[in-house]
Design a protein around this ligand. Structure first.
Ligand SMILES: [Zn+2]
Length: 356
């Protein structure tokens, strides 16, 4: 089914590309969906066994991608996908879900009646947690290792309010000394899971390159590598969730800076991807909502590094390599990151640091 959905994605993307070349616009789902209806009756009958809303979801996803391309600067056009790279399917109706098993309804051709009939099939799954709220839709995803995941998306937005602590914190992200520096002076180190597994990754990559492409052994090596990457991602995500939970338990208000991720990637390369600041921020934002904590992000252009947190003097001579500095105005000694964290917290709480 994922291969068929991949076909559909590519077919409609080709249509959209042609439309874009001729008219300079995108056709959008309201033109494409009626077209799909025609295709299903004529040339693409082999797609009609898939539930219609699953097919529509492919078109809607394309529609949204084109919308982003037109509205958000810097977004590329949607791309063609290779077989096996289309990874998920959405089920919005016609399913039934119970503990540990799900019924999906496909269609099959009834030879005797000479028409399509519903073909309901049960699939079992390992359920690792219960869900709350009303089920909105199901999404099935095949990851690179070849494991299938069932996502049950519900309308639940309930919160688990944590007891107030009366504490606020400012946090500064860093590449050099620590992943996160708090205004209390605490420095949190990132375990850098990709770096930890680098040697093993190299070994697996080497093993892969020795195999004949497309052979049984080659595929085995591909999955082995994919499994290791998945492990790294899971380790990192787990650590991020735990850190976010810890911060939410300890503080009522959490303030961070807005990151210029593209600029950082250009400067630092792989290390930024390994630390995954962006992902951590998303998790932290969600956790703050979940536990009813205040979350502030200080604007990108607010100065947080250069002003002295004691007197507000702007130290324009501060370079990136200086980790410690002494304020020429008031003489107080600063750790670069802790000073920035204090400024972040102050900027988030209202009155900005006075400039001299
Ligand atoms: Zn000072």
């Amino acid at each position: 089914m994922l291969d068929d959905l991949c076909d559909i994605h590519n077919h409609f993307l080709a249509l959209e590309n042609r439309y874009y070349r001729i008219y300079g616009k995108y056709a959008g789902r309201y033109r494409l969906q009626p077209h799909l209806t025609k295709l299903l009756k004529r040339t693409k009958k082999h797609w009609s066994w898939i539930p219609r809303d699953t097919l529509d979801a492919v078109i809607i996803r394309l529609h949204l991608a084109w919308e982003r391309f037109f509205n958000i600067a810097g977004t590329g056009k949607p791309k063609f996908k290779r077989k096996g790279r289309y990874r998920s399917a959405k089920f919005q109706s016609g399913y039934k879900i119970e503990d540990g098993r799900v019924r999906l309804s496909f269609k099959s051709w009834d030879v005797a009646l000479h028409r399509l009939k519903f073909d309901k099939r049960w699939f079992s799954f390992h359920q690792h947690r219960t869900w709350k709220g009303n089920v909105g839709y199901l999404q099935i995803l095949r990851d690179r290792v070849g494991t299938y995941w069932l996502y049950v998306v519900t309308d639940d937005t309930s919160q688990e309010v944590l007891p107030a602590t009366g504490e606020s914190v400012g946090a500064d992200f860093g590449m050099k000394d620590a992943f996160l520096t708090l205004n209390t002076g605490e420095k949190i180190q990132h375990p850098q899971f990709l770096k930890q597994s680098l040697e093993e990754l190299r070994k697996f990559n080497k093993a892969l390159s020795r195999k004949v492409k497309g052979s049984q052994n080659w595929w085995r090596a591909v999955y082995k590598l994919a499994r290791l990457y998945r492990k790294v991602v899971n380790q990192r995500r787990d650590w991020h969730w735990k850190l976010a939970t810890d911060l939410c338990r300890r503080f009522d208000l959490i303030a961070t800076e807005t990151l210029n991720l593209d600029g950082m990637k250009r400067l630092w390369g792989r290390k930024v991807s390994d630390l995954a600041f962006g992902e951590f921020l998303e998790i932290l934002k969600f956790k703050c909502f979940k536990h009813k904590r205040e979350f502030h992000q200080v604007g990108q252009w607010t100065a947080t590094t250069k002003p002295c947190s004691d007197c507000g003097h702007h130290n324009e001579n501060l370079t990136l390599s200086e980790r410690q500095w002494t304020c020429p105005e008031c003489g107080s000694h600063h750790d670069r990151d802790i000073n920035a964290a204090i400024n972040v917290l102050r900027a988030a709480c209202g009155p900005v640091v006075e400039t001299v």
